[in-house]
Design a protein around this ligand. Structure first.
Ligand code: FEO
Length: 402
């Protein structure tokens, strides 16, 4: 072995040549406790083809993995499925160094690449459904506009029945394993859900279009740009995407709050007990201790959201405002909700939260519950009653019309 990094064989002609970022803990504001990978793939056809590249600081790791199986100068084609910098960051360097015959991207991809790098990269634009011969092997391009950028596309290799799906079906998960069946099931599903919630949820309609297009293909492997390659779990991840796309409420209530001197927290605990008493799962998250991207993961399939805040300086507690601003952008549908809080004199926070939840189209089951200073037993009983009420409404929703 003359290279420090090795490629991983995916099929007889496809190799993983990406990079592993074990240290990443923040991906443009998304908390990545388990790091990530930037996946790139090499297709050893007559026209040697590189599918996507990696984040710029990882370029030599990618080049070394390529060089472990072939001289990088032999690469003829580069396909850019997605222009975001974690996949295109070293594309100008790759073009300059290996001088490929062609670089393929969607029409929007060509524009995005030029706009990012402020130079003409000489991209050959490909259309939705277009097939290009790689010499004995075909590559079909499938436009997946707004999944999750205007430029996004999949590339399908019918001979190997692989879908190169850029961010779709991906997750932020660094690991020394490259395939889904080598990784713990619970971690896989959590990280896939977290990725969908934080990156793709606002684009559920585009995800549905992409899924419909993919359903017409014979796929045995999905190779995303982050995380493991799906080889035994293709149906599993496709089914999960179909469920998340539908915004179907689960029998689960998400209770998010923050607290100053413990009053709002005491209310939260009584509400939680009321929910659980009705047989509904309660996921309670004090926001100072929970990153917004982990809150979003629980929000993905919750059927109810209950938000609590003390009034601080005439407004919401800052963590509550931050999380609502973030969750609003995710455009979840089919949620019921409730609001609670504690206060000293003005008590304005609950009205502000109510207004935001209304703008998120959350159907509130009752008026906000606002308690002055420290709740006593009657106040806590009201909280429990609120938990019971929302749990009963949620159960009715989940059961559907009889
Ligand atoms: Fe992994 Fe949208 O970039």
């Amino acid at each position: 072995m003359s290279e420090p990094f090795a490629a991983t064989k995916v099929t007889d002609r496809v190799y993983w040549v990406g990079a592993i970022d074990w240290a990443l803990r923040d991906f443009h504001g998304y908390s990545t406790e388990r790091g990530t990978t930037y996946n790139a793939f090499l297709i050893l056809a007559d026209k040697v083809t590189l599918v996507d590249t990696v984040r710029a600081p990882f370029r030599e790791e990618m080049m070394s993995r390529i060089a472990s199986i072939i001289d990088p100068a032999k690469i003829d084609y580069v396909i850019s499925n997605h222009s975001e910098m974690d996949h295109s960051g070293c594309l100008p360097y790759v073009i300059e160094r290996i001088k490929p015959e062609k670089v393929f991207a969607s029409e929007n991809g060509a524009k995005a690449l030029d706009a990012h790098f402020h130079r003409d990269l000489g991209v050959t634009v490909v259309a939705d459904g277009q097939t290009v011969s790689l010499g004995g092997v075909q590559a079909t391009f499938i436009e997946t506009r707004m999944l999750h950028w205007p430029d996004s596309m999949f590339t399908y290799l019918p001979e190997d029945r692989i879908l190169f799906s850029q961010d779709g079906f991906g997750m932020h998960l660094a690991s020394s394993q490259r395939f889904d069946d080598e990784i713990d099931d619970g971690i896989l599903e959590y990280e896939a859900a977290k990725y969908y919630a934080n990156i793709l949820l606002p684009f559920s309609a585009a995800a549905k279009v992409a899924l419909d297009k993919a359903s017409k293909l014979d796929i045995v492997m999905i190779a995303p740009d982050h995380g493991p390659i799906w080889r035994t779990g293709v149906k599993r991840i496709v089914d999960l995407y179909a469920r998340w796309n539908a915004h179907k409420p689960a029998n689960k209530a998400l209770l998010i709050y923050d607290t100053m001197w413990g009053s709002t927290e005491a209310m939260a605990k009584a509400i939680e007990d009321g929910i659980v008493g009705e047989g509904v799962q309660a996921r309670s998250m004090r926001l100072r201790e929970n990153h917004r991207s982990n809150v979003a993961t629980e929000y993905l399939d919750a059927g109810a959201i209950i938000v609590g805040s003390p009034t601080l300086n005439g407004g919401m507690f800052p963590t509550v405002a931050e999380n609502l601003s973030y969750l609003k952008g995710l455009k979840r549908k089919n949620l019921i909700g409730a609001v609670f809080g504690s206060y000293g004199w003005s008590g304005d926070a609950v009205a502000q939260i109510k207004e935001i939840l209304a703008s998120m189209r959350v159907e509130l089951v009752t008026e906000p519950l606002n308690i002055m200073y420290v709740p006593e037993k009657p106040g806590l009983l009201k909280c429990r009653k609120l938990g019971t009420l929302i749990a009963r409404k949620l159960k009715e929703r989940v059961a559907g019309p009889r």
